[in-house]
Design a protein around this ligand. Structure first.
Ligand SMILES: Nc1ncnc2c1ncn2[C@@H]1O[C@H](COP(=O)(O)OP(=O)(O)OP(=O)(O)O)[C@@H](O)[C@H]1O
Length: 344
C-alpha cells in the first residue's frame, strides 16, 4: 500500500558550509499511523515538519504525501492537504470556538462548512463550548480547538509540533490521551514532534529517534526501548547503564561479572543494562555496591550506586519496586536479571 507520507533522502541546510540540519533523512508513515519524531533540541525535528508542510524548501531528496511528489515541482503549503497543530495553539483570539474551526473550511461550499465544523467539534468533545472565546477555555481545551481546526478540512496528514508542552503535567497526560483517541477514531495519519521520551513512548505507533538531522533508529516504542542499537538511543529513550566488556558469543565479561548477552558478539563491546534489569540480591555471587543516592517515587525508587571498592567508582542506576526501601549508605549486592543488549 502507498504510504501516506514518504520522505526519501531529505536534505536541508540553512547556510552553505554548515552541516545540514536535515541530513539524508528517509522515513515513511502508513495510513492511520501515529509516528513520532523524537530527539534532543536542535536535531532537526521541527525543520523536518516544516519541510513536510511546505514552509521550507529542501535542498535535496523528496517528500510524497499519498504518493504525490511535493518537492519537484514545489507544491505550496495550502495545496498539500496537511493540517498543523503547534505548541501555542495559535487560535484567533477574536473568533469564538466555532469561528476558529470554520476558518479552516473557507474552501468548502458554504452549505457544507457549518455541518463539518460541528461534526469536528463533536469529535473533539467541544460541542457545548462552540460559542466560547479562546480565553474562556483551559489550555487543554484550547489545544482541542486547535486540533479541531486542523482536522476539520480532513487533511491527509496531521503535523503536531510539541502540542502538549504548554500544558501542566496533569493536563498534558489527559490531553495526550484524548488527542490520541481522537486521531484513532478519525483514522488520521499524524506526525508528532517531541523531545519528551515519555510522550513518544506513550503516544506513538512508531517512533524515529533523530540525532544530528539523521534517523538514528526507528521502530515501535517497545522495539526501540528493548533493542537500542546505540548508546545514544539507550540513554535518550529511557535510562541505561552502559558497561564496557569483552564478549565471547552470548557472554560478556564486565565489571558486574560475566553477563549473558541478548545477541552473540566477540571482542570489546559496550552493553546496555536497563535500570529495571538490575536487582538487589542476597546471593553472595552478586556484585557489592554502595547506595549513594535514592529517589523514592511511591510505586518504585531509583537508586544510584557505586561499585564498592572500585577506584573512581562506576555509577549504576537501579529501579526497584520492592521493599524494604534501601537507604543512602547501605552496602548491598546487585545482579543483572535480563540478558544485556550490545550497543555501538
Ligand atoms: N530558519 C533557520 N535559519 C537558520 N538556522 C535554522 C533555522 N531554523 C532552524 N535552524 C537551525 O537548525 C537546527 C535544527 O533546528 P530544529 O528547530 O529543526 O530542531 P528541533 O529538533 O526541532 O529542536 P527543538 O526541540 O529545540 O525545537 C538548529 O540548530 C537551528 O538553530
Amino acid at each position: 500500500m502507498t504510504p501516506t507520507l514518504e520522505l526519501s533522502h531529505l536534505v536541508k541546510r540553512f547556510a552553505p558550509g554548515l552541516p545540514p540540519v536535515v541530513d539524508d533523512l528517509s522515513l515513511s508513515a502508513q495510513a492511520g499511523e501515529l509516528l513520532t519524531l523524537l530527539g534532543p533540541s536542535g536535531c532537526g525535528k521541527t525543520t523536518t515538519l516544516r519541510l513536510i508542510a511546505g514552509l521550507e524548501r529542501p535542498d535535496g531528496g523528496s517528500i510524497r504525501i499519498a504518493g504525490r511528489e511535493l518537492t519537484e515541482p514545489f507544491v505550496p503549503p495550502e495545496r498539500r492537504g496537511v493540517g498543523l497543530v503547534f505548541q501555542d495553539y495559535a487560535l484567533f483570539p477574536h473568533l469564538n470556538v466555532l469561528g476558529n474551526v470554520l476558518f479552516g473550511l473557507r474552501h468548502l461550499p458554504r452549505a457544507e462548512r457549518l455541518p463539518r465544523a460541528r461534526e469536528t467539534l463533536a469529535l473533539v468533545g467541544l460541542t457545548i463550548f462552540e460559542t466560547r472565546m479562546p480565553h474562556q477555555l483551559s489550555g487543554g481545551q484550547q489545544q482541542r480547538v486547535a486540533l479541531a481546526r486542523a482536522l476539520a478540512p480532513r487533511p491527509a496528514l496531521l503535523l503536531l509540533d510539541e502540542p502538549f508542552s504548554n500544558l501542566d503535567a496533569q493536563l498534558r497526560y489527559s490531553t495526550r490521551q484524548e488527542v490520541r483517541s481522537i486521531l484513532r477514531r478519525s483514522g488520521t495519519t499524524a506526525i508528532l514532534v517531541t523531545h519528551d521520551q515519555e510522550e513518544a513512548l506513550a503516544f506513538s505507533d512508531r517512533l524515529v529517534l533523530m540525532r544530528g538531522g539523521r534517523a538514528e533508529q526507528s521502530g515501535t516504542p517497545q522495539e526501540v526501548y528493548a533493542w537500542p542499537r546505540t548508546a545514544f538511543v539507550a540513554n535518550f529513550l529511557g535510562r541505561s547503564n552502559l558497561l564496557g566488556g569483552t564478549a565471547d558469543r552470548f557472554m560478556a565479561r564486565t565489571i558486574l561479572g560475566i553477563l549473558p548477552l541478548a545477541e552473540a558478539a566477540s571482542g570489546p563491546v559496550l552493553v546496555s543494562v536497563r535500570p529495571e534489569h538490575l536487582a538487589f540480591t542476597d546471593d553472595p555471587a552478586g556484585t557489592p555496591v554502595t547506595i549513594v543516592a535514592r529517589e523514592f517515587r511511591g510505586h518504585d525508587a531509583t537508586y544510584t550506586v557505586h561499585l564498592s571498592g572500585a577506584v573512581g567508582g562506576q555509577e549504576l542506576v537501579i529501579h526497584d519496586s520492592g521493599s524494604p526501601v534501601r537507604a543512602e549508605g547501605d552496602q548491598v549486592r546487585v545482579q543483572v536479571t535480563q540478558p544485556a543488549r550490545v550497543v555501538r
